[in-house]
Design a protein. Structure first.
Lengths: 259, 464
């Protein structure tokens, strides 16, 4: 008799592990007494740790600006009125406003763009770090090919979705696309969301936006998201509106803001 | 009416009752966001002292939201039972706290008192109570409800089996249901949050749950937590609706943001009762609440989030519900910032609802942007268990893959039942044995092949 036969594991596996192929839910985890087996317990802790780190990892603005610069795309870094992460998490209203300095910065006269692209950290800097450039690489050439004037790419820290409204207003953009980190879940901490708004101005409400969510490897591929965004923008420029009033055949889920 | 209290030489003035309640409220991020929080720790205690001196009778003369413009206030005022209130009518809020802690306030006295209490009285006394007070008094309350089994008996702790799936896939949901039932979960309700709120989706899911119930003889009730107007349409089409669900709020305006009113809820309650599907009783409404929902829709009317949460319970008790639960950590850190705030809020909600006579459970939960973790949830779960919480959630591995938040797991329920000696509803407990899920000693067998569950669910019968 081997040692493992004499002393079977004190953690018991469940006899319905074959059902896991029907759901990503954490079923058939087994049990140690009434508790979780160590493996399942630590797997959960690891997923939560990744989600927490994604919320609190600052967006590497310098690296992102350098990458945009390399591509020859003008870019400007701004910040919301929330000065730090704790304030950002407790005061969503401040994350929707530009800091005074950023307001001044965006008030310098430029030719009004057709589309302003805003890259905001949102609730996952990790999502932006991982996926934003992949979306932009597919989206910006499409916009140029469509003859649309793309303004400077605005990189925003401590940003909520609606920060695109004051940005769009100051630049007098006709449309805004906000690429922003979604609230991390246990299964994915790097989901990016795209929010599209016609005539972005302070006071726009959620129902006036179109949303493309779950953009990540394993979710909606960044290139596919860019394709959907381009299709939505085409419809927006044709109909001069966005949100629930926009008639579109493009796959787009109803807006659900990550704040 | 203005209130004032002098503490260490500083005089603090509070212009009206809702301001006094807000300043007296233990700190939480949502009241700061709303601009209602006390400016200092000293101001908070001064407000608590002024509140403690306030006669309970005052609550019958000053509404926190105007009677003329808010149907929840009208419900509270018009349904107040003066005879039940008479027992404590001479007390201040501070005296009421002392009475609640006294031996005289036993289960029978608290049950008799409930219709004489307004939500604002319950909220007020909770603000001058410590965590142990909230637990001690709630643990004395008895609220028993029935549909196909009996919820809330002494020594019992029930669970809602929550088998959500991101696209409502029937086999995915069935796999989670089997997982939960094998762990003895589901006596409060098998309740699915649908990804798609439609009559078709609701009807399909209900049909699966009805099949499970009829084929196994389980004394359970099911619910698909779609909007109440969806449930009304499903009932019109003859769907097997057991429990009628709705999220509710503490002001008329916030309920409007949820797309409901008392008249809509009246209609749904009437329709549900008309189906006569309960076998042991006709408690069939299921409500969810949670601090911060009124502020999030801009409809808090200047009332602090804990007081306006308590006003939800006036709405709930009109319908003699089977189940009510606060979804305490779901809404995010701008309302409850961290584990400490979530824990206190969960205990406040449970206490106030029990005091007002409701079968209160809790979704012990948090999101990933809140400063909370599994240790905080274990703490709240244990405290709620001690407080006699009616039911908790059961989510596979505590990870809801549809709503993207962390709740309590099937394992968590086993833990709290074990350490506190709690058992499921008696009818369900008996069925677990009869169905082969548990052995004759009540121990779970973890062997689906010994049960009739797999063929009663849309699942393959053999591993493949």
């Amino acid at each position: 008799m081997t040692e493992s036969e004499r002393f079977p594991s004190p953690a018991r596996s469940d006899r319905w592990e074959h059902l896991r192929r029907f759901t990503d839910a954490r079923i058939a985890l087994g049990h140690a007494g009434s508790g979780l087996p160590t493996t399942a317990h630590l797997a959960f802790q690891a997923a939560h740790a990744q989600a927490r780190d994604a919320v609190h990892t600052p967006l590497d603005v310098a690296a992102l600006m350098a990458a945009l610069n390399e591509r020859g795309w003008p870019a400007v870094a701004v910040a919301s009125a929330a000065p730090d992460r704790t304030t950002y998490l407790t005061r969503p209203d401040l994350g929707r406003l530009l800091s005074e300095e950023s307001q001044r910065c965006l008030s310098e006269p430029i030719t009004a763009p057709d589309v302003v692209l805003v890259v905001g950290d949102g609730l996952s800097g990790t999502a932006v770090q991982t996926n934003a450039l992949l979306v932009l690489d597919a989206l910006v050439p499409r916009l140029h090919a469509a003859g649309l004037r793309v303004g400077p790419i605005v990189v925003a820290e401590q940003a909520r979705v609606a920060l695109g409204d004051p940005v769009g207003a100051l630049l007098q953009a006709r449309a805004a696309v906000v690429l922003i980190g979604e609230r991390p879940g246990l299964s994915a901490a790097d989901s990016l969301g795209l929010y599209l708004t016609w005539e972005p101005r302070p006071g726009r409400v959620d129902s006036e936006r179109n949303c493309i969510s779950n953009v990540r490897a394993g979710g909606l591929a960044p290139a596919a998201a860019a394709e959907q965004a381009a299709a939505l923008l085409t419809a927006m420029f044709a109909q001069r509106r966005s949100g629930i009033l926009l008639n579109t055949t493009a796959a787009a889920s109803p807006p659900e803001l990550p704040d | 009416m203005a209130f004032a209290h002098t503490l260490a030489g500083t005089r603090y003035v509070f212009p009206d009752l809702r301001t006094l309640l807000a300043r007296a409220s233990p700190p939480r991020s949502g009241d700061a966001l709303a601009g209602l929080i006390a400016a200092s720790a000293a101001e908070r205690v001064a407000a608590q002292m002024a509140l403690a001196d306030l006669p309970l009778r005052h609550f019958l003369t000053e509404a926190v939201v105007p009677y003329e413009t808010d149907e929840v206030t009208r419900l509270i005022v018009d349904s107040h039972d003066g005879a039940a209130f008479a027992r404590i009518a001479h007390l201040t809020v501070g005296g009421f706290r002392d009475w609640l802690l006294s031996e005289e306030a036993d289960a029978a006295a608290l049950t008799a008192l409930a219709p004489g209490l307004t939500p604002e009285m319950a909220a007020a006394v909770s603000k001058i109570m410590r965590v142990q007070d909230l637990i001690a008094v709630a643990a004395k309350c008895r609220v028993v409800t029935r549909f196909r089994n009996t919820i809330g008996l002494p020594g019992r702790l029930s669970t809602r089996l929550q088998p959500n799936h991101p696209v409502d896939d029937p086999r995915g949901i069935a796999a989670s249901i089997l997982d939960g039932l094998m762990y003895g979960s589901g006596d409060a309700v098998i309740g699915i949050n649908p990804a798609t709120d439609s009559v078709e989706s609701m009807t399909a899911l209900l049909a699966m749950l009805e099949e499970l119930r009829l084929r196994t003889g389980a004394p359970i009730q099911s619910c698909v937590l779609a909007h109440v107007t969806t449930a009304l349409k499903a009932m019109e089409r003859g769907a097997p609706v057991d429990l009628v669900f709705q999220s509710i709020a503490g002001t008329e305006a916030a309920n409007r943001a949820f797309g409901v009113s008392l008249s809509v809820l009246d209609e749904a309650w009437e329709a549900g009762r008309g189906l006569k599907r309960g076998t042991l009783g006709d408690n069939l409404m299921y409500f969810e609440t949670g601090q911060g929902s009124e502020l999030s829709s801009g409809a808090h009317e200047g009332v602090d989030q804990q007081t306006v949460e308590a006003r939800c319970y006036a709405v709930a008790r009109r319908y003699r519900p089977l189940l009510v639960n606060t979804v305490v950590g779901f809404i995010g850190p701008e309302y409850l910032f961290d584990g400490k705030q979530i824990i206190r809020a969960g205990l406040e909600d449970h206490f106030c609802a029990k005091l007002l006579g409701l079968p209160m459970g809790s979704d012990v939960c948090y999101t990933n942007h809140a400063d909370a973790d599994q240790d905080d949830m274990d703490t709240l779960l244990t405290l709620l268990g001690v407080a006699g919480c009616t039911f908790i959630m059961g989510v596979p591995g505590a990870d809801d893959i549809m709503l993207n938040y962390q709740s309590t797991s099937f394992h968590d329920a086993l833990y709290v039942r074990q350490v506190l000696g709690r058992r499921p509803a008696p009818e369900f407990e008996a069925w677990l044995g009869a169905a082969g899920i548990a052995d004759t000693g009540g121990r779970l067998r973890f062997d689906p092949a010994a049960t009739a569950l797999p063929p009663a669910l849309p699942l393959p019968q053999e591993p493949s």
